[in-house]
Design a protein around this ligand. Structure first.
Ligand code: GAP
Length: 462
C-alpha cells in the first residue's frame, strides 16, 4: 500500500479545489490558507455533524456565537494575558525562531534519544530546557548551528487596537479560544434558559494564536476554527461526565466522521504537563503523515474559569441547586476540537491510491463528502432537462451540475472527490419521468422515478 505523504495531501488539496494559498496573487502570506469550493463544503459538513450530534440531538447543549474581540479584561481574568505564552529561542546564526520544547522534540525524533524523565514539553521549567539544549549541543533544525539566544516569554495572543489611538489603553486581543465566551455568558444563558445542571454551552468559530512555528499545512496556523463545548456539572459529578464526553468524542470521530479506528487514539496528559486550569485532560490524537498529533483536548477545567471571572468582574457566577438547596460554582468538562485539524485528518484518511487504474481519489464517508449528488445530462443539448433535476435535488442536497466532456470523464471527476451518487439524465427515460442513478461504491446503476429521487437519495445517505 502506498504511504500517504503531506506532499500528496497538499498537492491534491490544492489541485482539487479544497485549500488554496492565501493572497496567492500577492505572493502568499506564509501559513495562511483559504478554503476553496470543496474544502469549504467539507469543513461545513464536519461542523454540521458536530452540531447535529452535540446540539441538535441533545436537549442539554445550547449553541452561542460570541464576538471575536472581547473586552480585554476577559483575557486578564482568564490568565491569557499573563500566561498564554511559549518559550521562544532565536537561532543567532540563521535568525530562525523556534519554540524551545519543539527543538527538543525534533532532536529526540531525529536522534532516537530517550525522552528525559523530567521532560514535560513547554511546561518544563525554562531554565531546564535551556540547559538541556546547551548540554546536548542541540542544533538549529534549519542551519544545524548550535548558537541559540536565551529563552524569552512569547505571548501567543494576537493584539490589535480599538478606537482611534494605538496606545496601550486601546489594546485588545483577537480571541485565542472560543471557550471564554461560554464562561463570560454563563450567567446570561443560565438566566434566560432556566437550565438545571448538567448542561452545556457550545460555540464554533475562529480563534487566533500568534504561533511561533506554524506549519504542516492547515494543522497549525495562526487563524483557525475551533468547536468547543463547556459542559457545566456539579463538582461531585465531574469524573462521571468526563468519561461520558470521552465516549462522545470517540463516537464522533470514528462513527460519525468515519476516521479509521487505527488512526485515532486517546492519550492522557501527564499531571505535570496539565495546563494550570485543569484537573485532568486527555488528548484525542490522529495519526497524520507527520506523526500522532492532537485534534481535540478534553479537559476537566474545574471551577477555575467561572471563579476567575467572578473575582475579576465582581459578578455572581454561581449556580443555585434547588434540590440540595445549595449555591456553588459548577465544574466544567470541556471537549475542545480543532475543526481544521479534523478536516486535515478527513483528507488524509480519505486519500486512496488506485494503482490498477493509476489514479488517486478521496474516499470520504457519504455524510462528510462535499458534494452528495452529481447531475449530468448524457448530451449537452438536453441540459435544460438535467437542470430541472438539479433544481429538484438541490432543494435538499449539495449537488454539482456537469455537462462538459464525455460521460466517462465526468464519472472520473466525480469519483475523484468521492461523490456518493451520480444522476444521469437521458431523453428516453426522461419521457417516462425516470433518471439513472449510479452508486459510487458499487458502480451499480438503477432507474428511479424523478418524483421519488430526493427520498431515494436521503434514505441512502443515512
Ligand atoms: N479551550 C481550550 C483550548 O483552546 P487547546 O488544546 O489549546 O484548548 C483546542 O485547543 C483545539 O484547537 C486543539 O486540540 C486543536 O485541535 C485546535 N488548535 C489549537 N491551536 C491550533 C492552531 N494553532 N492551529 C489549528 N488548530 C489549533
Amino acid at each position: 500500500m502506498t504511504q500517504v505523504t503531506m506532499k500528496n495531501i497538499v498537492n491534491l488539496a490544492q489541485n482539487r479545489w479544497f485549500v488554496y494559498a492565501w493572497s496567492e496573487i500577492y505572493g502568499w502570506l506564509a501559513n495562511s490558507w483559504d478554503y476553496g469550493p470543496y474544502g469549504s463544503l467539507l469543513k461545513e459538513n464536519v461542523k454540521f455533524l458536530w452540531m447535529k450530534e452535540f446540539i441538535q440531538k441533545r436537549p442539554d447543549v445550547m449553541l452561542i456565537d460570541c464576538a471575536l474581540i472581547m473586552n480585554p479584561k476577559v483575557w486578564e481574568a482568564s490568565g491569557h494575558v499573563w500566561g498564554f505564552s511559549d518559550p521562544l529561542m532565536d537561532c543567532k546564526s540563521c535568525k530562525a525562531r523556534w519554540r524551545a520544547d519543539k527543538i527538543i522534540d525534533n532532536h529526540i525524533l531525529d536522534t532516537w534519544a530517550n525522552e528525559p524523565e523530567w521532560y514535560a514539553g513547554d511546561k518544563t521549567p525554562w531554565e531546564v530546557l535551556e540547559k538541556y539544549i546547551q548540554d546536548e549541543k542541540i542544533k538549529c533544525p534549519d542551519c544545524k548551528e548550535t548558537n541559540f539566544t536565551e529563552i524569552r516569554r512569547f505571548n501567543l495572543m494576537l493584539k490589535t487596537h480599538l478606537w482611534v489611538t494605538d496606545d496601550s489603553s486601546s489594546a485588545a486581543y483577537l480571541r485565542p479560544e472560543t471557550a471564554q465566551g461560554q464562561f463570560v455568558d454563563f450567567p446570561n444563558v443560565l438566566r434566560s434558559s432556566r437550565r438545571k445542571l448538567p448542561f452545556g454551552i457550545a460555540q464554533a468559530g475562529k480563534s487566533f494564536r500568534n504561533e511561533i512555528t506554524p506549519g504542516n499545512f492547515i494543522f497549525r496556523t495562526r487563524e483557525f476554527e475551533q468547536m468547543e463545548i463547556e459542559f457545566f456539572v456539579t463538582p461531585w459529578e465531574d469524573d462521571e461526565y468526563f468519561q461520558v464526553w470521552k465516549d462522545n468524542s470517540q463516537r464522533y470521530f470514528t462513527d460519525i466522521i468515519w476516521l479509521k479506528k487505527e488512526n485515532v487514539r486517546f492519550v492522557p496528559i501527564k499531571k505535570d504537563e496539565l495546563p494550570h486550569y485543569s484537573k485532568e485532560a486527555w488528548d484525542f490524537e490522529y495519526q497524520y503523515p507527520f506523526g500522532w498529533w492532537e485534534i481535540e483536548t478534553l479537559a476537566n477545567r474545574t471551577d477555575y474559569d467561572l471563579k476567575a471571572h467572578m473575582t475579576h468582574s465582581k459578578q455572581d457566577m454561581s449556580y443555585f441547586d434547588p434540590i440540595n438547596n445549595k449555591k456553588f460554582i459548577p465544574y466544567v468538562i470541556e471537549p475542545a476540537m480543532g475543526l481544521w485539524r479534523i478536516v486535515l485528518a478527513a483528507l488524509c484518511d480519505a486519500y486512496t491510491v488506485d494503482e490498477e487504474n493509476n489514479r488517486t481519489y478521496l474516499k470520504f464517508a457519504p455524510k462528510v463528502a462535499p458534494i452528495k449528488v452529481w447531475v449530468l445530462p448524457v448530451v449537452k443539448k438536453i441540459g435544460h432537462l438535467a437542470k430541472e433535476v438539479f433544481a429538484q435535488l438541490s432543494e435538499d442536497f449539495i449537488c454539482e451540475y456537469d455537462e462538459v466532456a464525455s460521460i466517462g470523464k465526468r464519472y472520473a471527476r466525480m469519483d475523484e472527490i468521492w461523490t456518493p451518487f451520480c444522476v444521469t439524465v437521458d431523453t428516453e427515460n426522461y419521457e417516462n419521468w425516470k433518471v439513472t442513478i449510479r452508486f459510487r461504491d458499487s458502480m451499480q446503476q438503477e432507474l428511479v422515478d424523478i418524483k421519488d429521487l430526493n427520498n431515494f437519495v436521503r434514505e441512502r445517505l443515512k
